[in-house]
Design a binder for this molecule. Structure first.
Ligand code: FPP
Length: 254
């Protein structure tokens, strides 16, 4: 079946198809500093962060991206004050409740990455509802890393694979990267081509440790609540100018 070319393919409203990314991952950092700088409570920064997330999901769909993953609560974020943890939980609930119908109608498939352990019952139900409601959608994958840590994900996958081996479902000789990836939360989703971190910090903070092995890292000097479509396009432009070698030689170097 042939479908109409996306803006990304025609180059109408975004970069040309030449080296267009399949998947962008974002560490949405700087909500607290955004709020502090305005004398506002940190929770307000997170609220504005959700608005930036909405804008970014819309922009990503607009430019023809197929996969977007965002880091919204890490396994380490439990160390924050209870009030802030509760605010972040509340924002996830509000986001799913408010946006689920629209996202489902737009063909967005929602997946929540991370461990379900320790999450309250109401969040678990909402996560289940969002994933089930959008399970058949194929236009755009939105992965929300919530209660997520890259090492935790890898360990959980290793345990699941070991259990499969104990049950005789997989033999040790069949263990390779592709087989292991089937046990990760991101199974079926291509690795990110670009990993953006906002707010001028230069760390991965335990995000997509396995999947981002060859991602182009783009650190941007904008606080997350101020992030918009032009930042997304700027990151793609930076990516397009870089040469990815996946461990090989630069073209023309051999
Ligand atoms: C980092 O800013 C951001 C987070 C820890 C959470 C990101 C969350 C959102 C964008 C909103 C929630 C969205 C959903 C869907 C739950 P920070 O607080 O570390 O900022 P700082 O480094 O300036 O203090």
């Amino acid at each position: 079946m042939t479908s109409a070319p996306s803006p990304a393919q025609t180059g109408d409203s975004g970069p040309t198809m030449d080296k267009f990314p399949d998947h962008i991952a974002i560490i949405m950092d700087g909500n607290g500093r955004w709020a502090n700088g305005r004398g506002l409570p940190r929770a307000v920064g997170h609220e504005r962060g959700v608005e930036a997330l909405r804008r970014t999901v819309e922009a990503a769909q607009d430019i023809g991206l197929k996969n977007l993953t965002v880091y919204s609560f890490s396994t380490e974020n439990w160390r924050r004050p209870v009030s802030e943890v509760n605010a972040l939980f509340g924002l996830l609930k509000a986001y799913v409740k408010r946006d689920l119908n629209r996202l489902a109608q737009e063909g967005v498939k929602i997946r929540i990455l991370g461990t379900r352990e320790g999450l309250p019952e109401d969040i678990l139900e909402l996560v289940k509802r969002a994933e089930e409601r959008t399970a058949e959608n194929q236009k755009f994958n939105l992965c929300i890393a919530f209660n997520y840590g890259g090492r935790e994900e890898i360990l959980r996958a290793a345990k699941a694979m070991a259990r499969a081996a104990e049950n005789g479902d997989i033999s040790s000789s069949a263990v390779d990267e592709a087989a292991f990836e089937q046990f990760l939360d991101t199974r079926g989703i291509p690795d990110p081509d670009i990993l953006i971190r906002t707010s001028g910090e230069y760390r991965l903070s335990n995000f997509l440790i396995w999947q981002a092995a060859y991602a182009e890292l783009v650190f941007m000097d904008v606080l997350w609540p101020d992030f918009g479509k032009h930042h997304l396009l700027e990151a793609i432009e930076i990516y397009r100018k870089r040469e990815r070698r996946f461990g090989g030689l630069a073209s023309g170097a051999a």
